[in-house]
Design a protein around this ligand. Sequence first.
Ligand SMILES: Nc1nc2c(c(=O)[nH]1)N[C@H]1C(S)=C(S)[C@@H](COP(=O)(O)OP(=O)(O)OC[C@H]3O[C@@H](n4cnc5c(=O)[nH]c(N)nc54)[C@H](O)[C@@H]3O)O[C@H]1N2
Ligand SMILES: Nc1nc2c(c(=O)[nH]1)N[C@H]1C(S)=C(S)[C@@H](COP(=O)(O)OP(=O)(O)OC[C@H]3O[C@@H](n4cnc5c(=O)[nH]c(N)nc54)[C@H](O)[C@@H]3O)O[C@H]1N2
Ligand code: SF4
Ligand SMILES: [Mo]
Length: 721
Amino acid sequence: MNKPKTVLRTCNLCEAGCGLEVDVDGGQVLAVRPDENDPISRGYVCPKGLAMGELHDDPDRLRRPVRRGDDGRFHEISWDEAFSTVASRIDATRTRFGADSVAVYFGNPLVHNLGGVLMIGALVNAIGTKNRMSASSQDTAPRFAASYYLYGNTWAVPVPDVDHTDYFLCIGANPVVSQGSFMAGPDVKARIRRIRERGGKVVVVDPRRTETSKIADEHVFIRPGNDAALLLAMCNVIVKQGLADRASIERMSSGWGEIEKRLGSFTPKSVEGVTGVPAETIERMAIEFAKAKTSVAYTRIGTCNSLYGTLGSYAGDLLNVIVGRLGARGGSVFAEPALDIGSVASALGINGHGRWHSRVRKLPETGCDLPASVLAEEMETPGAGQVRALVTVAGNPVLSTPNGRRLESAMEKLDFYVAIDMYVNETTRHADVILPPCWALAEAHMEPATPNTSLHNSVRVSPPAVDKQPGELADWEIMLRLAEMLGGGPTGNRAMDAVLRVAGRLGWKWDPISTADLLIRIGPRGDKLLPWSKGLNMKRILAKPYGIDLGALTPGAERRFAHRDKRAHLAELPMIEEIDRLAVALKATRADGELLLVGRRELRSNNSWMHNVPSLVSGRTRCVLYIHPDDARRAGLRDSAPAKLTSRICTREVPVRVTDEMMPGVVSLPHGYGHEGIDEYLSVAGAHAGVSANDWTDDQLVERIVGQSVLNGVPVRIAPA
Ligand SMILES: Nc1nc2c(c(=O)[nH]1)N[C@H]1C(S)=C(S)[C@@H](COP(=O)(O)OP(=O)(O)OC[C@H]3O[C@@H](n4cnc5c(=O)[nH]c(N)nc54)[C@H](O)[C@@H]3O)O[C@H]1N2
Ligand SMILES: Nc1nc2c(c(=O)[nH]1)N[C@H]1C(S)=C(S)[C@@H](COP(=O)(O)OP(=O)(O)OC[C@H]3O[C@@H](n4cnc5c(=O)[nH]c(N)nc54)[C@H](O)[C@@H]3O)O[C@H]1N2
Ligand code: SF4
Ligand SMILES: [Mo]
């Protein structure tokens, strides 16, 4: 007999990692509450976290594998049938057409799933494909490439030391709604407020007057795609004013001369036109930034997902470097996690850029992932290496990747498609087989990746909350079983997997927590497997229900630099070339009447997948296009009336909200909606369909370094419907 109990968990839905109290009875969730006693989140949560129980109970969530029958409908099948079908179909495609004919796409929720993350390499290597894609190319590929060129380390992503800074320059991010990305920690809103309370300054640069700008001292409108120009101009001002920290540049970096001589092209006046930021504002911001006691520039999705995404991410770091803020307290610092997943990834070769390219358009890999925007053409274009089978794990690329509808039609040509997902969504509805994992509450939880970019170092492992029901498998169990059936094993390394197979015959079984234990123990904070050491191991972590506080972020950056000379390389060739291209582009003129479409996030929404939770979709309609009154007037649009929005690839109707929150010339639409014709599988989401922003975004309009599609700054036109 089960007895009701309360289990303490961290929420796995976003990077904030808030503490939850979950009342459970066996397989049932009775209640979910904020955990007031959590020493880190102190009772802070958002509505999504409180909906964990609703997700668990959602009748539309798949509990058993399903296979599409001749009638086109999904029918439940046994796990044995599911695994043997999937393994034999993938193997058949691979044998006939080569390993690259099987593409794999990993979605965002996997990032918060320890077992899933550890199984990525296992599954990809078992298949043997180079056609590996992920949500990264709609999110972080430019950031990773910038880190790769600057620090020689894809995973060296600096974090703004918000808790200690006196000047927070927040560019292309809306942490008050997104809860912070690459600045992970609960209640970032309060943390940002505290900067001002201690006399500091917060400046937000965004084409929309966002929720974050409402708690800032200053908001600056910028025309999308131009963060790099703005940041380089700020660098120029700092140098001209003699405010650059030359000693620090000298000590930490190489290549400054190459950059300094190029900064001349980026003056406040020369970038004023493209950025829309007045020259005197740029000048003042630069001087304030340099003169503040401490300061940090932070860039995120708005910068990353735009035409100069890599250069914009680079230029944010450059600004920090030249005033001596990289590695300084209150500046831009690196977290020191217990499980250093970045170093593990680097050791496995997941560190680099452009080592191979896509077959059709020759777009480069970044950290082993090709841009997802190549997936449709790789399916459509005949020839050796054409993609004929697809595996998706925790993703919804039809709604989340550019020109999603092209991908959706291309998917019809596939010989076989298997999805590992808990839902039939707009993408997985096209699968032949769907393998559903148990919901996260049935597994132990430990964030594998976010501690790499946390605002404060800590480590915590939450126990499973609900009992796994008979016939339920976790993501890692599904991925591992498939990998093994395709000839691989848990490490993705042939020799190591062969050893583990022998161990397996002796009764040893791979599992994520033991693997994390090993990685922690041999990691920088670990006990190095020495019984007398005071270092970390899983036993010590599990003994503390709230985990272990590993202290504030510490100064120093060099420990993360992987270039042999232990310096930040400011002038690697791709960056130099991009700076030169941007210098030329500053002179281009803008098409008349052209609007630029950008994205937006909503507090009650999580990319494409939480709209099936009733408590999260109640109230006002959220999927509406924001437009400035002047643009609305010019186009003859009225508030709340539908409009016809046109990009290169799509014309469709959207509901409009007229608001001076928007910069003139820019319109904003959240992504992740567009749940049309899916009522059968997602009864709640289907009734709140909205439209998908990625019906308009363009798979062919890409950033030049990583080939990631432009999702912010898509040229559009608008007219009354
Ligand atoms: N236009 C535009 N497009 C964007 C963005 C933008 O700003 N603008 N942002 C992009 C960003 S940052 C991201 S990260 C991507 C996200 O894009 P994706 O990762 O492709 O999509 P998600 O909406 O996160 O889909 C998550 C899927 O995972 C499933 N899922 C949830 N939890 C689990 C789990 O534990 N295991 C398994 N197996 N499945 C699970 C859900 O049911 C859902 O189907 O979208 C991107 N797309
Ligand atoms: N509630 C909620 N939280 C989430 C998510 C969610 O879907 N919902 N998704 C999670 C994920 S996967 C991620 S990656 C993070 C992302 O977290 P953030 O990076 O904070 O993402 P956004 O909230 O989309 O904020 C991007 C901002 O950039 C602005 N912008 C657009 N183009 C430009 C430009 O060219 N320059 C500048 N300066 N600004 C621009 C937009 O107007 C927008 O305000 O959020 C995570 N948290
Ligand atoms: S902010 Fe993120 S981690 Fe916290 S409760 Fe909401 S979804 Fe969960
Ligand atoms: Mo993301």
